[in-house]
Design a protein around this ligand. Structure first.
Ligand SMILES: [Mg+2]
Length: 229
């Protein structure tokens, strides 16, 4: 075991908002895939993996959720995402630039992604907003459609990269939805939620996270709460 801390970040609603680029890219991908418009009402998006969203789209439009159909849908989504990101007014969420810079300065902290985005979508979004290079590794929807499986991949990659395991009590899963809390608990990690996404402070409190913040703007307070010196 290693005495350091492992911080695993969700992307949407936690690090950034794409200003609607992600959802519009999904709607355009549905039009390409199914040949009709779909307002996505009733599709579970927030906190879900891209593959899980693609599976729902296949079923909703009478197509088999086969690997080929899922890949075709996601590839179309990624093409639209790349075009739409520069056209929308997305942004990094409060405190994120300072928090990532502060964590990166600490040699005992490992920084990774734990996200429902496919790796290419994560790269498109984080590169667009200038924060891709902060992250050493990630677990993505490419690994599994089930978010609760992703933590195991992230921990295995952190361990391989650092040559030592991280204590679960010093592993932090940082996200904005109840699904992030569930995924953190699935690996016995500490769960950190921030109410900058689509869930209120009250909804998030109901999932009993270890830490709950309105936003991450007070970087020293966030680091102190997590015991990262
Ligand atoms: Mg999120």
């Amino acid at each position: 075991m290693n005495s350091g801390a492992l911080c695993l970040f969700d992307i949407d609603g936690t690090i950034l908002t794409s200003g609607g680029a992600g959802e519009e890219a999904l709607r355009k991908a549905v039009r390409d895939f199914a040949g009709c418009d779909d307002n996505l009402a009733g599709v579970e998006i927030s906190g879900r993996t891209d593959k899980f969203i693609a599976m729902q789209i296949c079923r909703r439009h009478g197509r088999m959720a086969s690997p080929e159909n899922i890949t075709a849908f996601i590839n179309s989504y990624l093409e639209h995402l790349e075009s739409l990101l520069p056209l929308k007014k997305g942004r990094l969420l409060p405190g994120i630039p300072g928090l990532l810079a502060a964590l990166k300065q600490r040699r005992h902290v490992a920084l990774g992604l734990l996200t429902g985005n496919v790796a290419k979508g994560a790269h498109l979004k984080l590169s667009h907003y200038g924060v891709w290079d902060y992250f050493e590794f990630g677990a993505f929807s490419d690994d599994s459609h089930d978010r609760n499986e992703l933590g195991h991949y992230a921990v295995a990659r952190a361990t391989a990269l650092h040559g030592k395991g991280f204590d679960p009590t010093r592993t932090f899963v940082i996200g904005d939805t109840p699904h992030d809390v569930a995924c953190g608990k699935a690996i016995g990690a500490k769960t950190v939620v921030v109410a900058t996404g689509s869930h209120s402070r009250e909804e998030l409190a109901d999932c009993n996270p270890d830490f709950l913040f309105d936003d991450l703007s007070d970087v020293p307070a966030v680091l102190a709460a997590l015991g990262i010196s």
